[in-house]
Design a protein around this ligand. Structure first.
Ligand SMILES: Cc1cc2nc3c(=O)[nH]c(=O)nc-3n(C[C@H](O)[C@H](O)[C@H](O)COP(=O)(O)OP(=O)(O)OC[C@H]3O[C@@H](n4cnc5c(N)ncnc54)[C@H](O)[C@@H]3O)c2cc1C
Length: 499
């Protein structure tokens, strides 16, 4: 499968989509001398991490948790830069709050010693187990982030060297995170605290390998951060860096077709223009790129294959402007006052609108008044939902009422009557705005059977110069993995199409 471009140098790269993965791939390739153009359908870059402004509020539309600061540092360091060249980070303390019920809120301290003390208060002696748990999690983080996530996942052979094989057992690939936590901790609230981080990976703790306690290391040891001005500051920094490297970013360019005359792509066609390409990188949702932009005989996977994938959840989101400061609200608030088992069942096993959901509230204005007018609160509410559900205005309103009733009750104050701005976002918008398969919010779940070489492949086997990147391929969902995905695909392109 070695395609020899006619102009001897395969220089022109077209990247579809300006999410973290597309931006990282584009910048890495431009840095090595490729001529890179990003085509983005929306009017601003950033994909799921876009922002919008309304009535004096600045809302981040997607990610709100800045975890794994080392991944961002390593990314910028590749280009001789630092995150602080582009944005200012603040470490949150408490990292976040978990609301288990009325007057039952766990504030998770940023300092490790304070966290050990908190564990001992909940379950005497449990700090010893937490130390043990974190030592293992640190090992997994190091092996996972240094050895595994940068592998392209072409084949199982990448994992066949002895050191990696040996580590598979210590990494606990074949036991569940849930069992791992329950073996060590008895207190229900501590268990829930330690199981929560893997929800970012799109599957339940029961279906997520215990290897992913590396997420607990990220949470507890590496901390929860916030870029002043909002998460979109990361996108702005990455765009600036991309442009410094010569990447051309064209907005409002929706790709309609990848033209593949003889087994290799020669151009990418948008609604009103055509772009010649020696190499194409699909940074939009994998399913969309191959099922909608390629002719049927150029697709690696069938609709049936996609339908069998376990997708990460979709979400119902509300962006709210509130004309008051909400007492007791933290920057990150997890409302775990209900049993997650039932909600998880209604996401994964028997998809339906949940009977009694958990939800999450982010209020960046608690840390940063620049995202809301003085004295107002900027609030983002997220209810995880199964992908592919019917999504109507009536259902959104019904859930808004349900969540607000609980939010007000648990916070012990009226909130609804102070709302001065409200916008909702769910499946229909994910599909419309990002071409998200089944309206997923964050890609493909990291279950055991969808890990590493078992994920949809980075490289097409039908089109010799077509690659895929982003949260539906390796290493998986989340901002740091998407950043890594872009770098991994860029390295693969350099191997196949060296300049
Ligand atoms: C509500 C929500 C909350 C989240 N919270 C967190 C969090 O707190 N922390 C975290 O780490 N992660 C979080 N995530 C996940 C994280 O945001 C994503 O994993 C990451 O942003 C995905 O990046 P990506 O580059 O793979 O895809 P995307 O961001 O989706 O980028 C793909 C781009 O392709 C564009 N595109 C699609 N089709 C076309 C086309 N035909 N032509 C041109 N362009 C096209 C889209 O417009 C989009 O800009 C969250 C996601 C959501 C939705």
């Amino acid at each position: 499968m070695t395609y020899k471009p006619t102009n001897a140098l395969a220089k022109k790269v077209v990247v579809i989509g300006s999410g973290f993965a597309g931006l990282a791939a584009a910048t890495s390739l431009a840095d090595k001398g490729y001529e890179v153009t990003i085509l983005e359908k929306n009017s601003i870059p950033g994909g799921r991490a876009r922002k919008f402004e309304a009535d004096g509020f600045m809302f981040d539309m997607g990610p709100s948790w800045y975890w794994m600061p080392d991944v961002f540092e390593q990314y910028f360091a590749r280009f001789g830069k630092k995150p602080s060249d582009y944005y200012e980070l603040i470490r949150l303390d408490p990292s976040y709050a978990v609301v288990f019920g009325e007057n039952d809120t766990m504030e998770v301290p940023a300092k490790l010693d304070d966290l050990y003390a908190m564990f001992d208060r909940y379950e005497p002696g449990s700090s010893q187990n937490l130390k043990k748990f974190l030592e293992e999690a640190e090992y997994k983080y190091e092996v996972g982030m240094n050895e595994f996530v940068h592998k392209p996942g072409h084949s199982i052979m990448e994992f066949a060297d002895l050191r990696v094989l040996k580590s598979l057992f210590r990494l606990q690939m074949f036991s569940s995170l849930s069992n791992h936590v329950e073996d060590l901790f008895q207190h229900q609230q501590l268990r829930e605290l330690l199981k929560f981080p893997v929800l970012f990976l799109g599957a339940t703790p029961e279906n997520t390998p215990a290897m992913y306690s590396l997420m607990n290391y990220a949470d507890i040891a590496l901390g929860t951060w916030y870029p002043k001005g909002g998460m979109h500051k990361i996108v702005e920094g990455m765009v600036k860096l991309a442009e410094e490297k010569g990447v051309r970013i064209l907005l409002n360019q929706e790709v309609k077709q990848i033209y593949v005359p003889n087994g290799h792509a020669t151009k990418v066609i948008t609604q009103n223009a055509e772009y010649a390409a020696d190499i194409v990188v699909g940074g939009a949702d994998y399913h969309h790129v191959e099922q909608n932009l390629l002719a049927a005989d150029k697709r690696r996977y069938t609709e049936k294959y996609w339908d069998k994938r376990v997708m990460a959840p979709s979400s119902l989101l509300f962006y709210l402007g509130i004309k008051k400061k909400v007492d007791g609200l933290h920057h990150h608030n997890l409302f775990f006052d209900r049993d997650f088992t039932q909600h998880a069942h209604e996401i994964y096993e028997d998809p339906q609108w949940p009977s009694d959901p958990l939800f999450y509230v982010c209020a960046p204005s608690v840390t940063d008044q620049s995202v809301a007018p003085e004295g107002y609160e900027n609030v983002f509410v997220l209810v995880p939902l199964a992908p592919d559900l019917e999504d109507t205005d009536e259902l959104r309103e019904q859930y808004f009422d349900m969540v607000m009733d609980r939010f007000e009750k648990l916070m012990g104050q009226s909130i609804r009557e102070h709302i001065v701005y409200k916008r909702s976002f769910a499946h229909r918008d994910f599909k419309e705005d990002y071409h998200a398969y089944k309206g997923n919010a964050y890609g493909l779940a990291n279950t055991l059977l969808q890990t590493a070489f078992l994920k949809p492949k980075l490289r097409s086997n039908k089109v010799s110069n077509l690659y895929y990147t982003g949260q539906l391929t390796t290493p998986g969902p989340g901002v740091p993995p998407s950043l890594i995905s872009g770098q991994v695909v860029a390295a693969e392109i350099q191997k196949q199409f060296a300049l």
